[in-house]
Design a protein around this ligand. Structure first.
Ligand code: IVH
Length: 679
């Protein structure tokens, strides 16, 4: 940016306003551990301020937030001065940013070929310095403003992955630096617990980690699931450091310090980009949150030659993933009607780029959530989209609420069929009472019936169902089987080949299992596991349809609420007729012999599948186990008979090991299925 003349009053005001805003955000972020603003928005504010200060250097003052790295420590903890400042990293947001970084490195080092980098995940936690004197942990400090941090020794000592003594031949002094973070599972547990007790929940794992480490009472920190990865060395005495960063990390490992297992040595910008793509792909499967990757020139000599610019090294850069949060404006709220009539408030947003895609709709879940988050139409909101999950309105910026904002009201009548809307007494959900009369519910039920885990009718998806219902050719699942070539070909964009394929898929779907059929009926709260339990228990649909509440409650894991939904469903003459018609058009399943155990060698056993299997999909394996009488469950407990661990099995496997539940591999599973015998 070019230097300009004297700044106008307007510019001065803008700079002052930016500083005020950033100070306020810093306070919320660093002191309260409760940010409202997405990080990207904070970056943008800082960037604007930096640019203005570069253009008008006369406006720079030592108090400006650009003049320090972080925030000042609170006075609750003793101050610690870092012997060597703890720096920050520059960011690359695009491939070009990264290539430019690599080019600058090569130019400064006068290298023609590829530079060797150490590539590492950028952990989303907080930086910490841990000092070992003659192998003994004597001090741990936060980064603070980079020069002075807070003494959090007693708290860090409670983190079990931080050794209190180094292994092996420890030097006189070693300052290891790394990132303290909270793994996702622990974060979710902590928040669920806090919510139950009515306490404050943390916005994200990073804030939870920061909040936990900055507890004045170390016994609280001790209960928090914190973890650490070390990623560099600060001050050392009595030790000759290796000549590359990657070997330095190996040395840390030898001392018993935890280093990320994802660290790799890569060559050149192309190696960096490959690493980035690989980690990004596996990101949602990591046990902890990362917000990008860091590339560091591996040679320490080259690092020295490159040196630093004000707050960051020239030899490293953080390559960030697209932000998962963005600011936007909530224009309107519409209510979507689901399969069981549930009304979901959906936010219509000013389009925002988040998580790598443009988002203009986001869920608000239900009215209780709307109240809890205090969302109004016209509000500036934070949308979140992490991985492939549905975008949601995460929170509201109350200080940006316009005067003409208005409240979100639950409609009294269904927006689709105009039936009355009822609120469930027991839950937060409001429902349309229209049942099959409501075309939205009809569509959702059809979609559900045809879905992969139900009757698995390929080609009968969202678009086709919409057309069929709107053209009034199909009302219930039974009508699907009355479709013929002529009717299908009449539809928009339907070639003869696809029409034939759909008819063939419909034919195939007639041969099914009772569990899939019951699941496909879309009875409220009857998911796959419950449907399978019902099928196992009753063996055929007639006895289930004849059962009373007591009989249904005999089924494993079915409580009074679900039992009532099941009874209610089969009491409805409409539903009974649909079932009759489906059987008449030829939908059938193999008759289960009985529950005698003869055909069900795995009766009474519970299996949990985790990780991915090479030879079959997890659902397939679960179906096959159920067919032999076993229960397939999603979570491990003392009651689990066996855990089957596929590739990349994680927390469930660990839990099984912890509880002493026997663990089998895929080969053992295949043996069970082929021999039809318990392991
Ligand atoms: S190296 C001089 N490596 O990112 C280089 N930092 O934006 C100092 N961070 O304060 C940092 N993962 O809290 C480094 N593998 C990694 C990291 C990492 C996360 C954090 C760290 C640092 C911030 C800089």
């Amino acid at each position: 940016m070019t230097k300009a003349g004297a700044p106008s009053a307007e510019i001065r005001q803008r700079v002052a306003a930016l500083r005020r805003e950033i100070e306020h955000r810093n306070y919320r972020y660093y002191i309260l551990d409760d940010p409202e603003l997405p990080d990207a928005e904070w970056d943008r504010l800082m960037q604007q301020l930096r640019e203005l200060e570069e253009t008008y250097p006369q406006l720079v003052s030592p108090e400006s937030p650009t003049q320090r790295v972080g925030a000042t420590p609170t006075d609750e903890f003793a101050e610690v001065r870092h012997r060597i400042p703890m720096l920050s990293l520059d960011n690359a947001f695009t491939e070009d940013d990264l290539k430019n970084f690599d080019r600058r490195v090569r130019e400064r080092l006068s290298i023609d070929g590829d530079v060797e980098y150490s590539a590492e995940p950028k952990l989303d936690g907080l930086a910490i310095s841990v000092i070992y004197e003659r192998g003994v942990l004597v001090r741990a400090a936060t980064r603070g403003d980079g020069t002075t941090g807070e003494d959090v020794t007693t708290n860090v000592r409670t983190i079990r992955s931080v050794p209190l003594h180094l292994r092996g031949d420890a030097p006189k002094l070693l300052e290891a630096r790394g990132e303290v973070f909270m793994p996702m599972a622990g974060f979710e547990r902590l928040n669920a617990d806090a919510a139950k007790k009515g306490n404050k929940v943390f916005a994200n794992p990073r804030n939870a980690a920061a909040g936990s480490l900055r507890q004045l009472d170390p016994s609280i920190t001790a209960q928090r699931p914190l973890d650490i990865f070390f990623y560099s060395v600060g001050a050392v005495e009595g030790l000759k450091l290796p000549s590359s960063h990657s070997v330095t990390l190996d040395l840390l490992k030898c001392f018993g310090l935890r280093v990320s297992p994802e660290v790799r040595r890569v060559r050149g910008a192309s190696g960096c980009l490959k690493y980035y793509a690989d980690i990004n792909r596996r990101r949602s499967r990591l046990k902890y949150q990362i917000d990008g990757v860091v590339y560091k020139v591996d040679s320490i000599i080259a690092q020295r030659e490159l040196g630093f610019v004000s707050r960051a090294p020239r030899w490293a850069i953080a390559h960030k993933f697209p932000a998962e949060e963005a600011l936007t404006v909530l224009r309107d709220v519409e209510f979507q009607v689901g399969r069981t009539g549930a009304l979901t408030p959906v936010a219509r947003l000013e389009p925002a780029f988040v998580g790598g895609v443009t988002v203009s709709n986001a869920t608000l879940h239900n009215m209780d959530e709307v109240r809890r988050k205090d969302v109004r139409i016209g509000d500036t909101v934070v949308v979140r989209r992490a991985g492939d999950v549905i975008p949601e309105v995460a929170r509201v910026l109350l200080d940006r609420r316009p005067k003409d904002s208005h409240e979100i009201r639950l409609p009294r009548r269904c927006p689709v069929c105009n039936s009355t809307v009822k609120r469930d007494a027991e839950a937060a959900v409001a429902r349309c009472t229209g049942g099959y009369r409501c075309s939205a519910q009809r569509k959702e039920r059809l979609r559900h019936y045809a879905s992969r885990r139900a009757l698995d009718i390929e080609g009968v998806g969202e678009k086709l169902v919409d057309q069929l219902v709107e053209a009034a050719v199909v009302e219930s699942p039974a009508d699907l089987y009355l479709l013929d070539l002529a009717m299908l070909s009449d539809l928009d964009r339907m070639g003869p080949k696809s029409a034939e394929n759909i008819l063939a898929a419909l034919q195939r779907s007639k041969n099914t299992t009772l569990a899939r059929f019951l699941f496909g009926l879309g009875i409220r709260d009857v998911g796959e596991a419950t449907a399978a339990a019902l099928a196992r228990h009753f063996g055929d649909i007639d006895s289930l349809m004849a059962a009373d509440v007591e009989a249904v409650r005999q089924v494993q894991d079915i409580g009074p609420v679900i039992a009532a939904h099941i009874i209610e469903f089969f009491a409805d003459p409409n539903n009974r007729e649909v079932i009759d018609r489906l059987r008449r058009v030829g939908v059938h399943w193999p008759m289960a012999k009985t529950n005698s155990g003869l055909t069900q060698p795995l009766l009474g056993m519970t299996f949990v599948l985790t990780g991915s299997l090479a030879s079959m999909a997890r659902e397939e394996a679960e179906d096959a186990l159920r067919a032999l009488g076993a229960k397939a469950s999603g979570s491990v407990s003392k009651k689990t008979s066996y855990v089957i661990a596929g590739r990349d099995a994680g927390s469930k496997l660990r839990k099984a090991e912890g509880l002493g539940v026997p663990v089998l591999d895929e080969d053992a599973l295949k043996k069970i299925l082929s021999s039809q015998r318990p392991p």
